[in-house]
Ligand binder design. Structure first.
Ligand SMILES: [Fe+2]
Ligand SMILES: [Fe+2]
Length: 272
């Protein structure tokens, strides 16, 4: 039983991670949970992984961690993500890759707390609608019968949903402590530590979960986003408009090529 700092979608953003960990530690938090996507998009994947390892953060693998270490392909990610992850694959330290490589797809903490990245059974699913939550509540009940709260990431939005049978209610993720009803299942996204791609604000997001009082609190913290952006540009994590168009053409050609193969009967069984 503890108060946990819950974070995820760090995406190699060292400045945002430092802001989050500093704020959580100032609040007396010593236990941390991470819902994955430690790497991708920004220039400090090794440093971010080292910070998590130093604090013995209980982490799982996000899709960027899987793609960045070659365990998942680029098929379902955007051009921006693909470009930065190709860079991550080239520059990632061996030691970091080995650590990322042993992260599990999910984790159970104190029997009732479960960490997943995207959906309960699909690391690349975005859970953004009540329908997604209901579908995943069914998977959650089947896969984690003792689970009461499911922390997830991937959508990069601070959200909290309560589920009771077939009813899903979204609870306002405002300031202050939110008490959870123990007789309901909750799906909670702590938000994204990395905020470089957010238009509205550049604030690093995380949450505090109290497994004694069964409550959650959302935090948003300023960080040095200009430094993060400058490093990402210098080290090749940002693509220009021409590269973006080239990737899109390559994907279209790839689809046509693969369709032609399937039409001729040769595509069956070819791994993607
Ligand atoms: Fe992410
Ligand atoms: Fe993700």
């Amino acid at each position: 039983m503890a108060r946990y700092g819950v974070l995820g979608d760090i995406h190699g953003n060292r400045e945002a991670l430092a802001a989050v960990l500093g704020a959580l530690e100032a609040r007396g938090i010593r236990e941390f949970l991470c819902v994955g996507d430690v790497v991708g998009y920004n220039a400090d994947p090794d440093e971010c992984a080292a910070e998590l390892r130093r604090r013995r953060v209980l982490s799982i693998a996000g899709n960027h961690d899987l793609i960045g270490t070659g365990r998942l392909d680029f098929a379902r990610c955007s051009n921006k993500a693909m470009h930065s992850l190709a860079r991550t694959r080239r520059l990632l330290a061996r030691d970091t890759a080995a650590w990322l490589g042993q992260l599990p797809a999910n984790r159970v903490v104190e029997e009732e707390i479960v960490l997943v990245h995207g959906g309960v059974r699909d690391v690349e699913q975005y859970m953004t609608t009540p329908e997604h939550i209901l579908q995943n509540a069914a998977y959650f009940g089947a896969d984690f019968p003792k689970g009461r709260v499911c922390f997830f990431g991937h959508s990069h939005q601070q959200r909290i949903y309560s589920v009771e049978q077939d009813a899903v209610r979204e609870i306002e993720a405002g300031n202050g402590r939110i008490e959870l009803e123990k007789n309901k299942i909750h799906f909670i996204n702590p938000g994204s530590v990395d905020a470089q791609r957010k238009q509205r604000h550049k604030l690093a997001e995380c949450a505090i979960f109290d497994s004694v009082g069964w409550s959650v609190e959302f935090l948003r913290l300023p960080y040095d986003a200009a430094s993060t952006e400058a490093k990402a540009a210098v080290f090749g994590y940002r693509m220009n408009a021409l590269t973006d168009r080239l990737y899109s053409v390559r994907r279209r050609l790839g689809r046509v090529f693969s369709k032609n193969l399937q039409d001729s009967g040769r595509g069956t069984g070819i791994p993607r």
